[in-house]
Unconditional design. Sequence first.
Length: 350
Amino acid sequence: VFQQINSLKIEVSNLENQVSKLWGSQNVTNQNITIFQNSTALSEIYERVKDSVVLIRGVTSNGTVEGSGFVYNFSGTMYIITNYHVVHATTSRSVTFSSGNGYTATVVGTDPYADLAILSVSAAEHEFKPLDIVSSSMLKVGEPVIAIGNPYGLVNSMTTGVVSALGRTITEEELIGRFSIANIIQTSAPINPGNSGGPLLNYYGKVVGITVAIVKDSQGLGFAIPSSTIIKEIASLIENGTYDGHSFLGIAGNDMDYETAQELGVNVTYGWAVAEVTSGGPSDNRLEVNDVIIAMNETKIRNEDDLASYLEEHTLPGYTVTLTVLRKTGSNWQERAISVTLGRRPPPPA
């Protein structure tokens, strides 16, 4: 009996070793397949979308500018989507497809506040290979993305990275004055001059944004207009030549932090401190200098990024929002709920 038990133990041990080896082989196999599929997917995506990306050249009073764009099918008509700053102040423009063929381009619509422009091109039908645009509202930090464009005139260059952050704001004072471009995607995909206007893609080859800018002297830090903004504005830009749905609160201010809270004597270290209220604007007689906005419609506001992105994504001119505000009365700070009916942003600088 003892020998039989011992023999069974040995057999069980042998089976366990065999199972262990099988699991080990399976793990290695899975890893090899995953790596192979990912490397294949990138090259396949590039081959599928590269002919949809175009080079845009513009002539200005100071010389020439270059940028990128991509083809989009809107209700059966082909257009080129790019950044406003790529075509701003240009007296003439051309679009060159991956075939090398170039054509004159006409500006159909622009929105400086979202840095968007739509162009039309009279080109042969076979030149147009449109991309699909999907909503960026479901993007998450850490998701992989692909940028394709023409950095420094190097056509159809591809870079990869991840979504580094969501809901950023950037400013282009020359084009839009004191206002900011809101709800921006931050990405680690390398972006350089000439990339502006090119598509930011997910790993299905769908457009989730338009690469727009880099921070000077930074490394690996780029930004993109979210595709949700394109989807919201595209019809108006094509049909009306403009988009005027940007809400206006009529205040200027600064992000709160620990030092500012200590200076003001308030026990909240986040929010947005009002520094100026536009006379006759939506917040006139509603908000006061040194008010600290900590929520909008019960959504926490930590800083300007949160404030501007909420306004851009969730409101339109004419909407009434409820601001949760800390206001100093005498020596005490009190929390108040203040309703403000939003206005419409004034036209950008000429």
